[in-house]
Design a protein around this ligand. Structure first.
Ligand code: ADP
Ligand code: MG
Length: 611
């Protein structure tokens, strides 16, 4: 009797799935890459319970015909290669037509898709490789994948998943890798109904800043070289921005994230003797190469790559980075430092990133009308304003306050949409180092800068806590702080909350702690004092608070400390951004502890005053 038989497809697919789909993040990676390949310009990613319950990817790409929708789940079904020769001539990469078949083997799937030329789209439902239904449906152009209950039919794998926090941070990692190199695509990422990212189409550097924070703007320098074997472009960190841990290091080859330990060393060699041993620079490097000269199929998850010309690429890359570092140290005043510097100098026409640089300007800005200090004199004026402010016991009694503005603030939040988005022409005036005045459709509004910023930051911190994605700013020089035994106890009790908000603290024993990372956006804040305040605020009625109350207390304390202080002179852009962010808050009228953030004067009232 013959004993060899072919495995049923469902079993073969499960085995393949073991290689391609290891965790929810792998599903996100495969589906979002497919959406990018399908030419989508907007991709929404909706996650529930770190992907355990739901992973949904909605794109506006080319969509699929009814037949293709069904075929796409077959093993080795791909529109991206036809014959073995294509393996070497692909513009897009690593296609084996395995992803959808693998995902369908280990989850409940619903696919809805439509091409522009079709009136009706297709819905396909599959579970454990078995097609449950296929029918015509009306659905928008593009593709909408829902993947539910991952590994429901492989309990061993489901058990193997890590905590939600770990699995979700893996998802964010995959998301970042795709978002960085596709800045022309807008992305949104939602976790348990909280928006984690909402990225607009932008330039390459702007995308990096949106993902990793504004400080990136001051820390990165452009790298660019074009040779016959590869075009290299991107950014690498200034030496002083190197970090001991958690450096941002990314290689992309023809638009896909890749690991490359050998070329990583090439970059490290450029920084030799420039940064302290053990520190790592940030880098974001894109290679554009002829697909014939690479092999991406050496690894099932396709994040490792072999270049035909590896040994030639080493010197090209390391000298490109060295040249950048040389230029930078020779011209230390090179002006990437100002927040509003246009991005032009760092873009080249031939860079791999397709979008054009944009110059932001403010069409409503008339320097003669408004009393805004020019940037160069900010320091002197700052001093003056601050002085005025300090001397004034009551701001409303300052001599040139010609309107008292305790007017008509209503607790009725529905008033707010009036203001939202209605700020006209970008006219902003800052007075007393404290108030921002601007015009809105229904009249004018006066915003308290510190309180407004407190509200904006508070909302942001609460979102971070809910999404459980800490935004950490690593400390270059970890600071050692000492706490009393009772403080240490409280600290231990609120450890999780602190880490979720971005603190990285390690306990050195006997009351000493090293602060290795702080919440992004709190740079410059005295964090020893901040931690003491957080510890104090966590205590109420003799016991440590927990749950939502604790979250709120932490978010509020942090927001109050990090918010723009009174006396700080703001640029037009800063005022505009702050006001806009405030107006998008559902509780824009009040700080979290119930103080007014703004005051409106209606058109009617203005008219009355000038009767
Ligand atoms: P591969 O990406 O390697 O071709 P997949 O299993 O990921 O294999 O996808 C199979 C095929 O399904 C793709 O080649 C493509 O034709 C089609 N497809 C998958 N996702 C999408 C999408 N979001 N939009 C349009 N077509 C898609
Ligand atoms: Mg694919």
């Amino acid at each position: 009797m013959d004993i060899i038989h072919l495995l049923p497809d469902s079993v073969a697919n499960q085995i393949a799935a073991g290689e391609v789909i290891q965790r929810p993040a792998s599903v996100v990676k495969e589906l979002v890459e497919n959406s990018v390949d399908a030419g989508a310009t907007h991709i929404s990613i909706i996650i529930k319970d770190a992907g355990r319950t739901l992973i949904q990817i909605i794109d506006n790409g080319i969509g699929m015909s009814g037949t293709d929708a069904r075929l796409s789940f077959e093993r080795h079904a791909t529109s991206k290669i036809r014959q073995a020769g294509d393996l070497f001539t692909l513009q897009t990469m690593g296609f084996r037509g395995e992803a959808l078949a693998s995902i369908a083997a280990i989850a409940h799937i619903e696919l809805r898709t439509r091409r522009e030329e079709d009136e009706l789209g297709t819905s396909v439902k599959i579970a454990a490789s078995v097609v449950e239904s296929q029918e015509a449906v009306s659905t928008p152009v593009g593709t909408n994948f829902s993947v539910k209950d991952i590994f429901y039919n492989i309990p061993a794998r489901r058990k193997f998943l890590k905590s939600n926090q770990v699995e979700f941070s893996n998802i964010v990692t995959e998301f970042e890798r795709i978002a960085i190199v596709n800045p022309q695509v807008s992305f949104s990422l939602t976790h348990n109904a909280a928006e984690v990212y909402n990225l607009q189409p932008s330039g390459a550097l702007q995308r990096i800043i949106s993902l990793f924070g504004k400080t990136m703007n001051n820390q990165l320098l452009p790298v660019s070289v074009d040779t016959s074997i590869a075009k290299i472009s991107g950014f690498a960190g200034k030496p002083e921005s190197a970090r001991k841990r958690g450096a941002l290091q990314f290689f992309f080859v023809n638009g896909r994230y890749m690991r490359h330990p050998y070329l990583h060393k090439a970059i490290m060699s450029s920084y030799e003797n420039i940064i302290p041993v053990g520190e790592m620079p940030n880098y974001f490097i894109n290679f554009t190469v002829d697909p014939k000269t690479i092999d991406v199929n050496i690894h099932p998850t396709k994040t490792e790559i072999k270049f035909e010309n590896e040994q030639h690429l080493w010197p090209i890359l390391s000298s490109a980075v060295k040249e950048m570092l040389g230029k930078f140290s020779a011209v230390p005043s090179i002006d990437f430092d100002t927040d509003d510097a246009p991005e032009i100098p760092i873009f080249r026409k031939d860079m791999a990133f397709p979008s054009q640089p944009q110059i932001k300007y403010n069409s409503g800005y008339n320097p003669f009308k408004m009393n805004i200090p020019p940037k160069s004199s900010v320091m002197e004026d700052w001093g003056k304003l601050y002085h005025n402010f300090e001397n004034a016991k009551d701001v409303s009694s300052l001599p040139d306050t010609d309107f008292k503005c305790e007017v008509n603030v209503s607790r009725d939040v529905s008033l707010l949409p009036e203001a939202t988005g209605e700020v006209t022409g970008g006219m902003y005036i800052q007075i007393k180092g404290r108030y921002i005045i601007t015009s809105i459709k229904s009249g004018m509004v006066i915003v308290d800068q510190h309180r407004a910023h407190t509200r904006v930051l508070y909302d942001k911190y609460i979102r971070r806590i809910m999404a459980k994605v800490p935004a950490v700013q690593k400390c270059l020089f970890p600071e050692i702080i000492h706490f009393s035994p009772s403080q240490s106890e409280i600290l231990a009790a609120i450890e999780d909350e602190l880490s979720v908000i971005g603190f990285e603290i390690s306990n050195l024993g006997s009351g000493s702690y090293s602060v290795n990372g702080i919440p992004e956006g709190t740079e410059g804040v005295n964090y020893e004092e901040l931690l003491r305040k957080l510890i104090d605020s966590a205590m109420e009625c003799g016991k440590v608070q927990s749950g939502i109350v604790l979250h709120q207390k932490i978010a509020l304390t942090l927001a109050q400390q990090a918010a723009i202080p009174y006396g700080q002179v703001l640029t037009l852009q800063e005022m505009e951004q702050l006001t806009e962010e405030l107006f998008t808050s559902p509780d824009a009228n009040f700080t979290p502890d119930g103080k007014h953030t703004l005051s409106q004067i209606t058109n009617d009232e203005l008219t009355k005053r000038f009767k």
